[in-house]
Structure formats: C-alpha cells, structure tokens
Design a protein around this ligand. Sequence first.
Ligand SMILES: Cc1cc2nc3c(=O)[nH]c(=O)nc-3n(C[C@H](O)[C@H](O)[C@H](O)COP(=O)(O)OP(=O)(O)OC[C@H]3O[C@@H](n4cnc5c(N)ncnc54)[C@H](O)[C@@H]3O)c2cc1C
Length: 576
Amino acid sequence: MLSTESTEQIMTFMDVRTQPVETETHEVLNQVPPLTGYNLFLTDKTLVEALRREGADWAEEQLAELGRLLGTEEVQRWGFDANENKPVLHTHDRYGNRRDEVIFHPAWHNLMRTSVEHRLHSLPWVEKRAGAQVTRAALMMLASQNEAGHTCPISMTFSAVAALRAEPEVAQEWEPRILSSEYDPSFRPVQEKSGALIGMAMTEKQGGSDVRANTTRAERIGHGLHATEFLITGHKWFCSAPMCDAFLVLAQTANGLSCFLLPRWTPTGEKNRFHIQRLKDKMGNRSNASSEVEFEGAWARLLGEEGRGVSTIIEMVHHTRLDCAIGAAAVMRQALVQAVHHAHHRKAFGKLLIDQPLMRNVLADLALESEAATLLMVRLARAFDRRETDPQERAFCRIATAISKFWLCKRSTMQVGEALECLGGNGYVEESIMPRLYREAPLNSIWEGSGNVICLDILRALSREPEAADALVEELRSVSGADKRLDGYVAEIGTSLESQLKQSLKSGTSEIEGQARRLAERFALALQAVQMVRQGPPPIAEAFIASRLGDDHGRTFGTLPAGTQLEAILERGRAL
Ligand SMILES: Cc1cc2nc3c(=O)[nH]c(=O)nc-3n(C[C@H](O)[C@H](O)[C@H](O)COP(=O)(O)OP(=O)(O)OC[C@H]3O[C@@H](n4cnc5c(N)ncnc54)[C@H](O)[C@@H]3O)c2cc1C
C-alpha cells in the first residue's frame, strides 16, 4: 500500500504529464499548402485540348465532374486510406471450410464505385461516339492520378470485353453485367449481381512472359452443346484482383494452349474450385490484391479456338497495354503538378524555388516529358477509336501500342524520381503522394509484357506485319517538312533499321534482338516529336525536338539548352 505522501507525489507527477506543455510553439514557416481542391481535368490543358480535337467535347462535363471530385480532400484521402489499409485474405471460415475471399477497406470500394459509375470500365463499348476511347483514356488518366491500384480491375474488366467477343454467346451472357454502371462487390453467383468485374490469370511460376511454358491443364467434360466446358487444374503465380467475378485463363488442352473464362461460381451456383493461396507482399500497388491461386478441377468455358489461346487473349492484352501507357502518363502528370505546386510555395536562398533558374530548367524538362507522354497516349487512344473502321489505324495501333507501352512506362519511372526530389525531403515522406507514385511507376513496365518482351514484340510486328510497319512509317512522315531535325531523325531510323535487318539476314543470327530497345526508343521519340509538331504549342515542340532529337541534350532532367522558352512550358504544369 502506498503512503499518502507517495500517492500525492505520483498525482502531482501525472498532473504535470497530462497538462499541455506550456512552451511557446514555433511557427510553421515556409511549408507548402497541400495541393487539394483543384480540378484534375480542367487544369490539364493538354488533355482538354486533346478532347476537343478528337470531337469528344460531349464528354467534357463528365470529365470536369470527375476531375473536380478527384481533387477534393475527401477523395484524395480515399487513395491514402486504401493504400495504408491493405486487403486481407480469408482462406477459410471459422469452421475450416474454404472461403477464398479478400476483404478491402471501404476506401477501396469508394474508389471502385466512383470509377465504375463513371464508366471507366465500359465507356467505348457502350458509347459509339467520336472520341469514346480518348474520353475513356482521359477518365483513366484522372483516376490513376488519384489512386492507381484500383484501376487494375477496372482495366482488366474493360479489356476483357475485347476478348469475350470472340465467343458471342458468352459475351451475350456476361456483357450486360460487365457493362453495367453499378459496382457490386458482393461474392455471389453473377446471375444474382448487378455488376461484374473480370480479371486475367496467365502468369505461372515457371512461365511468365513465356506463356507457352504454362503447365495448367484443361480437360473437356462437356459433349455436344456443352463441348466448350472444361475442368482446369493448375496454378497461377500472379492473379490480381482475385475478387473479380471471372478470369480469362490460359491452360493446355490436348490441342495446345487455349483461353478459358473461369468464373468464381459455377453455372449451378456452387463456389468454383478457385483457391487463393496467399496475397503478394508488394512493393507498391498496395490497395490492390495480387494473389497466388490454385485451380483444383475448376469449371471453365473455352473462349475462341482450342489451341489458339494466345490469339484469343491477346485482344485483351492489347487493351491492358493501352492502359499501361495511360497509367504511365498519369503518374507523370501527377508527379509534375505536385513538383510545380511545391516550387510555387517553397523558398530557398531568399527566392521561391520556381524562380530559381536551375529549378525552372528541371521543372520545365519534367513538364516536357509529361506533355509528350500525354500526347502520345492520346494519339494511341485515337487509334483505338478508329481501328474498327480504318485498317491503317488498326495497323498503327498494333505497333504503336507496344512502342508507347515500352517508352512511357520507362520514362515515368525516371520522371517521377526526379519530380520527387523537387519536393526535397518532404517528397520522400509517405504523407506526400510521391512515394506512392514512385512505387507504382515500374509496375506498368513489368506487367502486360515487361520492357524487353515488348521490344521483341515491336520487332515481331515489323517483320511479320508489313502493314504495321507501313502505318508507322506513314505516321512518322505525316509532318515531314515541318522540322528539318525531325525529318533527319526519321530518315536515320529508316536507314539504320534497314542495315540492321540486312545484317541479321546475312549473318542468319538474331543480332537485331540486342538492338530492339535502341530501336523502340527512337521510334517512340520520333512519334512523340510528330505529335508535338502537330499539336503541341510551338515553344514546347521546339524545346522537345531540341532536347530530345537534336544533339543538344543531357542525360538527366534539367538539362534543357540555353534559350529554351521555359515560361511557356512551365505554365502547362500548374494545377493551382
Ligand atoms: C503486382 C503484379 C500484379 C500482376 N498481376 C497479374 C495478373 O493479374 N495476371 C497475370 O497473368 N499476371 C500478373 N502479373 C505478372 C506479370 O504479368 C509478369 O510478372 C510479367 O509478365 C513478367 O513475367 P515474369 O515475372 O515471369 O518474368 P520473366 O518472364 O521471367 O521475365 C524476367 C525478365 O526477363 C525479360 N525477358 C523475358 N524474356 C526475354 C527475352 N526473350 N529476351 C530478353 N529478355 C527477356 C523480361 O522482360 C523481364 O525483364 C503481375 C505482376 C505483378 C508484379
């Protein structure tokens, strides 16, 4: 028992501890106000101009509404909450039965609901209007700036429609729910739901990029009218968004690698034998669940021709690659506006950072990169808009998707790293969005075909699809005469490609493979320069060509040549 004296002493001590500390707090000076309460669409001149150019002004109101919403403090908070509270896997219920459910934070559902209601997963499939793909690309670009993780299932759902249409009967059954604007996260048979999401499972432990090395097997169980029914046994090493309602899956049949639609529930209303083993502990993209799954005789339906699974699923992959390009452009834009905003408020050595000549060079260089990324992404989306009716655009789309996916994803990793540094130490802290952007950037480059694989795909398109090569050349020459440096650059690519092809043919080797990145890089820069000349404001086009195509460039950002009109470029990156 404590003496009265000791009790009093303790009470006095506790009183001191619980009283506010009577010290004069320092005033917080020279810190930057948060970038909030701005419209992500209306403040992006490049995107607004692109929409109008593509005849998609019908969508401006919707874009402005989503842009406003995403810039509010509340919706910005959803992005942080969804990433700070990672999804949780429940493999079994309390009685030991398999459950295979992933539980997400409410912020994730808010993000998903907002994107589904704005039809990011469906718009071009339901709106047959000019610029529908460009509009959807713009919507995706806005959503990805706020929170990129949730755009994974949105993108897969959108892209799956292209492949599902290989089987009109399946498309007819699934499309009404896939294209619905209602977000329904309940775990029930799809017939009981108001909306559905679709994922994709190709990658296996031993066969990632090399999908032909897949070992998952499919055994036919149906006959006659049910001949497309199979049971799938095997695993997938990466399967993102496993709470989707169905997955496009690759598996081997007696006739080779084939594509299947594997739902989470069988048509008779039982849980399919789709078992989630664990969730990946990822470097970024934390709001999204990426899992390892086992199929133990899971029911599935053949899509497309048996043995031609890659050709069937490639239609989906083509669209997800477009989304990687959009995601990369989004990361760059968000990194840029954060950096420019910071520089307008932070002083160092007696001046705002935005007035420091070297910082102006860095920021302008970042803005150029972002402008060029947006323009290339929009040009690609335009090709998607027209590919059904215009064979030239279809051919261009084939090769430009690979070029843009490779280049924009590579550049975004570098661009966001530099933008982060513009915020100094504050850019390295989780409370800013910069670490999240930095972690997200390399992912776009890895999935849907990693850098090398995409570059080899460019070579494949060049050698096997002459119409794709012709469409690319046509695009590169479309502004010829406008700038001598660009003309020279394009001519030089042609000459070097020709000599490399000859050399490879002569030596009978695939030496040209080792040069595929050099080639992809040059194509991409030339394509960006063409868009700049055609659509970019003249000082910006001039700076891009001088710094990217001419000899007058450095190896890091912030090396624009003297005389560059920085003001005009910087003005594009200001959000508030
Ligand atoms: C977060 C996350 C989520 C994912 N979600 C899904 C999903 O939902 N569904 C799904 O199917 N997959 C998913 N993936 C898997 C992803 O698509 C693969 O990781 C990717 O395709 C690369 O395959 P891999 O990991 O097996 O690497 P590998 O194929 O082993 O490639 C390793 C490296 O080698 C290079 N390389 C490969 N072949 C060649 C070559 N011939 N010449 C030169 N270089 C080469 C590649 O470019 C890469 O850099 C996800 C991955 C991540 C990280």
